[in-house]
Design a protein around this ligand. Sequence first.
Ligand code: KIV
Ligand code: ZN
Length: 498
Amino acid sequence: MSNRIYIFDTTLRDGEQVPGCQLNTIEKIEVAKALEKLGVDVIEAGFPVSSPGDFQSVVEISKAVSNPTICALTRSVEKDIDVAAEALKYAKKGRIHTGIGTSDYHIKHKFNSTRDEIIERAVKAVKYARKFVDDVEFYAEDAGRSDNEFLARVIEAVVKAGATVCNIPDTTGYCLPHQYGEKIAYLMNNVPNIDKTILSTHCHNDLGLATANTLAGISNGARQVEVTINGIGERAGNTSLEEVVMAIKCHQDLAFENNIDSKQLNGISKLVSTLMNMPVQANKAIVGKNAFAHSSGIHQDGVLKNRENYEIIDPADVGVDESAIVLTARSGRAALKHRLEVLGFTFSKEKIDEYYEKFLIMADKRRELTNDDLMMLVGEEKNKDKKIKLKFLQVTSISSVKPTAIVHLDINGVTFESTATGNGPVDAAIKAVKKIIPDTEKVTMNEYLIQGVSKGSDDFCKVHMGLEKDSKLIRGFSSSSDIVTASVEAYLDALNKI
Ligand code: KIV
Ligand code: ZN
């Protein structure tokens, strides 16, 4: 038996059923294209008979996406199947997903029917769907609570009728992993024509066991997993794609293979969360904000010594740049020293001990210390003994007018003021400084590097500057959330050294 696991994504069908998560057709196409890039094998694009909008989305996704199979959901009702077939008209590879409830709850209380009648309806639906497409998936709704012997009879009958894939949903998220695994094993061992179909897992997360059940399913012979990005879906959600993919990747010994490019997981998680207005919980495995964040001193020290001390996944493997060392009152000296180094400051052990005491006082007052806070912590200290200090800076920058800068410098306790214009705000500010310090005519700037520390428009930037005087290069450094301030302070840092 092959170990290839087919990834069937139902974010746009089961995921989209969540109240408040509805997407329009354009948004659905965006998600579908991202899923295609991610490498999923099947995209369940919708339930076409449910609304004209859903029908149209399946049509447009079928046109927009080429590699994955496009799947459309139906009940075991001819009208549903007609509409699904019509919606899949443009799909390069189309699949109809039809089915019916097989648990006694559903048979008695939903269909008021009998087991034999359910088999008849299931077979009829599969045969009817096969008239339109070669690829028909059958779902045995509430298979998780269905009697295994009866379920085996249903699966045997629908495979005979032409079902290429058989979905065994734990619709209510009831099963424990060993029960779900045994169910799949039972079907593998007791359905005579099981080799003519692929068993698929479809687990809901009502007991928080969806991923565990899915893994139990593939360990016992299922070869397709039905999943959603961020685990969104009815009630407590569906199995999350990123969890299954990374569990398989982390446990190479299982030897399961799939086509997913895991580096895209973080990006697609954010896309789906944003479009669906569905925040990802901070401690969500793989894609949560805290999934690679370390906040206790012991863990931070361990991670800084060797990431693998406390991480089983390299963040880069899921598209996260690096682990985050969160600075809180629980952080240790190692984390403080590390963050200061990232900001460009290297201090002796004694100095770090000194800053650490101040750091703890600040951290006790706030939940988390930012780079700004650290700059305040060390900045005052660093500036204390400087001869030239920036007291005030104002830059006016209006499009099509040259920027103007007003600068006040404190030189040995005396304030000097000047104004200058320049090609840009930084140029104007540096020219204003030069007007105050005439000696700067002999100084040339031959290095100027601006780097963002984290990301986003509210980022903190680091400026490295190299000034040359009398053939000697002197370097200055500063950081600030404001590029112009950081540039002027880096310039002054170098001038102070001159
Ligand atoms: O959970 C479920 O049983 C389903 C089926 C419609 C496949 O979503
Ligand atoms: Zn479902």
